[in-house]
Design a protein around this ligand. Structure first.
Ligand SMILES: [Zn+2]
Length: 444
């Protein structure tokens, strides 16, 4: 599968002493010569200035905004760093993470006093772990968010990825948003998992204020939304919303948290390090996009207010996204069905995903307000694809073209005269026996 082949990119890694960490930050900040790219030709801009970007960057409270409708202006950023340091010496047991001094972006000083952190940042323990670097794989640079190239303004690619381009920056294919993992045994996934080594930098996907940042495992009273399964977790409330509804992103299972509640962060700022805290099967960052059900929020929206991050994170140059809706003869969404994305000209399978599962528990995953999809595949190179599924022996497929930086929508429905009824969903199946990430009752 393409994603597996392209997979594990480099890692900046290890948690070591301040010097090493500083060096890592430095390499993060300095684009490697070999990573420079040729800027591809872009569509002619319709305006010399993108007012959407300017408004977003200025920040404008919680009123949200209409989706942008013009392409981004400006140059592409090169892929962030290639780590070339010496990583042969693993950190020793008992080492502590050293973190840079917290500083605020100019003009972004919090308007309310910062709460006292329950644990000093420098006291967070580190699990000694040897890290081996995978072979460097070149990645195209990301487009610059926010973009909405859909002519009808339905797209809302407002966020960048929470990890660098040379990290594993896509979700695990076997535990996609809304799916229940291998053998239908895991909890329905409210986010995506990006497996990376402990110590990989986790970055803010967009600008905003830190709404929660703490160790959900060990600190009584500060356990995030009644579940310690998230481990060390950061939640950012963004200074922009969607149709007036406040947007949040969540980053879980961190090894170390580098921000404080109330702190203002810009897109790309380091907010933590990848870890394996909480209930996990291995180190990764669990990334969620949450949106308030209304235009106001009194608190971080709940576990039942998540949306598929793949429809919010900007594409890489030369790639796009397919969002689809698989329905039966009555127009009802078919759950937990395997979807195959096949390259039309080459015949190769480029991606697989699974349709969303709705368990009617009150904390279900949600289709996008604009697309009403029940599956998404992203990071597809521009080109023609066949989207295929097999339900009760009936093969459904559509051929679609993927466009850079946009969502291509496809509906898979039985043709006239073919009776197809959705198989029973997982609600009727035995309760999951394995829940690697969330076992406690979600709160919120
Ligand atoms: Zn996850």
């Amino acid at each position: 599968m393409r994603r597996q082949a392209g997979g594990f990119s480099p890692l900046i890694l290890v948690i070591a002493a301040l010097g090493v960490f500083g060096a890592l930050l430095y390499t993060n900040a300095v684009p490697n010569e070999s990573a420079r790219i040729v800027i591809p030709t872009q569509p002619a801009p319709t305006q010399t200035v993108n007012p959407w970007q300017a408004v977003l960057e200025a920040g404008f409270g919680r009123q949200g905004t209409l989706p942008p409708t013009i392409p981004p202006i400006g140059t592409f950023a090169p892929p962030t760093l290639v780590y070339s340091g010496d990583v042969s010496a693993p950190v020793a047991a008992g080492d502590v993470v050293s973190v840079p001094t917290i500083s605020f972006a100019s003009g972004a000083t919090p308007t309310r006093p910062l709460p006292t952190l329950p644990v000093a940042l420098t006291d967070l323990p580190v699990t000694a772990q040897a890290v081996t670097l995978p072979t460097q794989v070149w990645q195209p640079p990301p487009l610059i968010p926010p973009i909405s190239r859909d002519p009808l303004g339905r797209d809302h690619y407002y966020f960048s990825r929470p990890v660098d381009s040379n990290a594993t920056n896509f979700g695990l294919f076997y535990y996609t948003y809304g799916s229940d993992g291998p053998e239908d045994a895991w909890r329905v996934h409210a986010g995506i998992d990006m497996p990376n080594p402990v110590g990989q930098t986790v970055r803010a996907a967009g600008s905003g204020r830190v709404a929660f940042a703490a160790d959900g495992l060990r600190i009584e009273g500060a356990i995030f939304q009644n579940t310690s399964s998230y481990g060390n977790v950061v939640v950012i409330q963004h200074d922009f919303g969607f149709e007036g509804r406040p947007l949040f992103t969540l980053y879980a299972h961190l090894n170390a948290v580098l921000v404080m509640p109330g702190q203002y962060v810009n897109r790309g700022d380091p907010i933590g390090l990848v870890g394996d805290s909480g209930r996990v099967s291995g180190p990764h960052v669990h990334f969620e996009v949450r949106m308030c059900p209304t235009t106001t929020c009194n608190d971080i929206p709940s576990y039942g207010d998540t949306y598929n991050p793949l429809l919010w994170m900007v594409s890489y140059v030369g790639t796009g996204v397919i969002a689809g809706r698989l329905v039966d003869s009555f127009g009802e969404m078919i759950e937990d069905a395997d979807i195959t994305i096949r390259d039309w000209s080459r015949g190769t399978v480029e991606d697989t995903t699974t349709t969303y599962i709705f368990q009617d528990t009150g904390v279900d995953v949600n289709p996008d307000p604009n697309w009403q999809e029940n599956f998404v595949a992203s990071d597809l190179s521009v080109g023609r694809y066949e989207v295929i599924t097999l339900v009760n022996g009936v093969r459904l497929s559509q051929v679609v073209d993927v466009v850079e930086g946009m969502t291509t929508f496809v509906e898979l429905a039985p043709p006239e005269g073919v009776q197809l009824v959705a198989p029973p969903d997982d609600a009727a199946l035995p309760a999951p026996t394995i829940a690697p990430e969330f076992t406690a009752t979600p709160g919120g």
